[in-house]
Design a protein around this ligand. Structure first.
Ligand code: MG
Length: 262
């Protein structure tokens, strides 16, 4: 059995007046998420909250079930905006991490073998990083203008973090009835640390600084709080949210899960 331990922190930052980020830190459900809302007045806050509430309601412990739940969250944001003219145009990113099972009687990858996995999904420019064996790697791919520019070779990667248009997202919940959801299945190992975060973290801190905190602070709550503190020290120009999920036990199933994914 996979066992996880979580810590989290969120802050408005030093410039914005409201916190439009939201986090889902479900010890029991084992669904974790970060949403970064956008929209005028209170709309961004509503978008991120509505998305997380729907995610929590519809989440199922399978890959397909989680992708469906994110699509339901998209529909929930659209429906809410439809009901209230003040909320028109609101949207939110949504990044999730959850414990799922491969379906033993399904077709394709994993058929015939039931195994537990972690599933990460992404829409927008919030991120999930994996800290494993002392190395920090970004698991998700941002849906943002700067990411497109980097991929097309028109912007050096080191300039993306500080680019003036780094806030422009190319895919969000609440924009269209159909949303494409990127799934990333990961076979967890004991000692892995997954960082779910809004752009308020990585716009202020380099990967090296994030990794430094993860190396130094073993308690996930301490580490999440310290990351938020450092992002504020670096300028705190946006809302900052961190959910840190540690793999305490991988259940010795890593081998079976690898076979299932092969
Ligand atoms: Mg943000």
């Amino acid at each position: 059995m996979i066992r996880l331990r979580v810590g989290s922190a969120t802050d408005t930052g030093l410039v914005r007046s409201v916190n439009q980020d939201a986090a889902l830190v479900g010890e029991d459900e084992q669904v974790f998420a970060v949403a970064d809302g956008m929209g005028g007045h209170a709309a961004g806050e509503v978008a991120s909250e509505v998305a997380l509430r729907a995610l929590r309601a519809y989440a199922q412990p399978t890959v397909e079930g989680m992708v469906r739940a994110v699509r339901m969250a998209n529909q929930a944001v659209l429906d809410r905006a439809e009901d209230d003219p003040e909320l028109r145009g609101m949207g939110t990113t949504l990044t999730t991490l959850s414990l799922v099972r491969t379906e033993p009687d399904g077709e394709g990858p994993g058929s015939g073998i039931e195994a537990e996995l972690l599933l990460i999904t992404n829409v927008g420019d919030s991120r999930v990083y994996l800290f494993r064996d002392g190395e920090l790697t970004q698991v998700t791919v941002d849906h943002s203008l700067v990411e497109d520019l980097v991929r097309e070779g028109r912007l050096p990667p080191e300039e993306a973090r500080t680019h003036p248009q780094r806030n422009i997202v190319t895919r969000v919940l609440g924009n269209e009835p159909d949303v494409e959801v990127d799934p990333f299945p990961v076979v967890p190992r004991r000692g892995d640390r997954f960082v779910l975060c809004s752009d308020g973290l990585f716009s202020e801190l380099t990967d090296d600084r994030i990794a430094g905190v993860l190396r130094r602070l073993k308690d996930p709550t301490d580490a999440a709080r310290d990351l938020v503190r450092l992002a504020n020290d670096a300028g705190g120009r946006d809302n900052i949210t961190v959910v840190l999920v540690d793999v305490v036990e991988d259940g010795g199933r890593a081998g079976a899960a690898s076979a299932a994914l092969a």
